[in-house]
Design a protein around this ligand. Structure first.
Ligand code: HEC
Length: 165
């Protein structure tokens, strides 16, 4: 006699392989890459480097109770609205046209979280600062997983999961 349990497991495995590969071919996944000219991409990277340096400094400031520094960092991050500075009119137009709504939304959320981090620092509450810092870093990963998978292939394996949200 056949072991029906085994058959069911095999059938389910085959079905899920088919399902995964269909998912991987879905064009919506690919369209999440940003289509930017070289100069704008260079500016974005420059901006990211600054954000990375600023956000790393939060750890030490939090550990040492240096609330003023964290407030300053929060302001710095908020002021860095996706490459607002140094843009020509045509670059600005390109950004407006090329950046997907989802990217703009994540960017706004990121800046809102940076603001909350600053407020927590102003209130001198280490626990809330730590929480808001975690939320800030989380928004780095969410945006990178959606828009920077080529740059950060570590997020590639999460493709399926992201699409379930
Ligand atoms: C709204 C989207 C978004 C958010 C939020 C975001 N990033 Fe990025 N980041 C990107 C994209 C897109 C790239 C890839 C740019 C490219 O094509 O190379 C990137 C690239 C980077 C790079 C690589 C830059 C380089 O020189 O190649 C670093 C470092 C980085 N991000 C750090 C951070 C950190 C740290 C945070 C959070 C504190 C963060 N980013 C938040 C979108 C975002």
């Amino acid at each position: 006699m056949f072991n029906s349990k085994k058959i069911i497991i095999v059938v389910m495995a085959i079905l899920s392989i088919g399902w995964i590969s269909t998912y991987a071919q879905e064009p919506a996944v690919l369209s999440e890459e940003l289509h930017l000219s070289e100069d704008l991409r260079a500016l974005l990277r420059e901006e990211m480097q600054e954000i990375a340096t600023a956000s790393q400094a939060v750890v030490l400031s939090l550990a040492t109770g240096d609330w003023k520094s964290i407030e300053h960092i929060s302001e710095k991050i908020r002021a860095s609205y996706v490459m607002e500075r140094k843009l020509s009119a045509s670059q600005r137009r390109e950004l407006e046209e090329q950046l997907p709504e989802h990217f703009k939304k994540l960017d706004m959320e990121f800046h809102a979280r940076a603001e909350k981090l600053g407020l927590a620092a102003a209130a001198r509450d280490p626990e809330i600062v730590a929480f808001q810092y975690y939320r800030l870093v989380e928004s780095c990963t969410v945006c990178h997983a959606a828009f920077a998978k080529t740059r950060f292939p570590g997020f590639l394996s999460n493709e399926l999961e992201i699409h379930h949200h």
